[in-house]
Ligand binder design. Sequence first.
Ligand code: PMP
Ligand code: GLN
Length: 393
Amino acid sequence: MSSARNPRLTARLQGFGTTIFAEMTALAQRHQAVNLGQGFPDFEGPPQIRDAAIEAIKAGHNQYARSFGIPPLTAAIAEHQRHHHGLEYDAETEVTVCNGATEVIASTLQALLDVGDEVVMFEPVYDSYLATVAMAGAVPKVVTLRAPAFDYDRAQLEAAITPKTRVLLLNTPHNPTGKVFSQPELEHIAALCRDHDLIAVTDEVYEHLVFEGEHVPLARLPGMRERTVVISSAGKTFSFTGWKVGWACAPPNLTRAIRTAHQFVTFCNSTPFQHAVAKALALGDEYFDTLREDYRGRRDRLCAGLRDVGFTVMQPAGTYFVCVDIRPLGFSDDMELCRRLPEAVGVTAIPNSAFYVNKEAGRHLVRFAFCKSDPVLDEGIARLRNNIGRLTT
Ligand code: PMP
Ligand code: GLN
């Protein structure tokens, strides 16, 4: 993100100028580049769900919703958690609907953190986390996932926890690495949360995009349900990222706290889209299986193409992103490469250093999104193959 100083911006938010996604999408548009940067599908979600949103508008569901979500949606979220993950939540007292996962994270952190409290998280870190922690006046403590395997050092995680730590913020499946945290890793994290009385906030927006292994919600581990806020959203699972319907599932005491903050951040999410997402969550298993298998095909297509171009590809176990090491092609600075790619090569990607506090750890990594139709992926790969030489010579 741009770090130019803006004298009108609070000290808390200095350095958070413009997100890397907005910057790279603007470059893609300016140069008509194939946008493999910002993660949004270039295809539609299920037509019957799109129609359900239109029908909800026509049926007059156009006024404010109940602050924590319309009853059919909170019920559908609880049922989805039960059916897909074996987690039981009460729709009336343990579910909160917000404006996308982004607002769930913001309202949750506003609700749970006092000024000076510490939040432990892994880098590369999804871009909104650091800004949101800063807005709450809290302090991030970052533990690095080490490329190429994106594992972490247990002692480093343990050392990051201090008496001031209140929250451990975990994203699995993980954007941008595609890592799916393993059972032993989750057990280690859960033990630390229990031992240090931490609240776990788990961002699981890619819960249905897992190609290797299994997505295990941290809340399912012993002693964790009562101290975990599980976050997800409709954007990735139903390919409607612009609808911005997200939710938190958490025990009643945590839910009451989140709802208090959420009331004053947005009050409620858009009513007709809530009706549509309630129907989407109730789609049969076949929908979720097909989604995953279609994405597996796109992942394999893009990974093969990027390998063919000459990058070292870190095949993702989940999400719709793949990270590559740019050094085999002679590049050493991800930001410089990504700022030149759209014009010189006709492709847009995201520089991973944007997701790091310790920028050097991500300098050799670039993220490509595969939430795109096959012809678009093929065009992006062809442009890279044909034009990347313009940057290497
Ligand atoms: N968390 C992660 C890890 C994400 O990748 C994203 C966006 N793709 C979000 C949160 C935000 O989700 P939403 O669009 O529902 O706000
Ligand atoms: N989550 C999307 C990504 O990682 C971007 C969302 C946004 O632009 N805020 O690409």
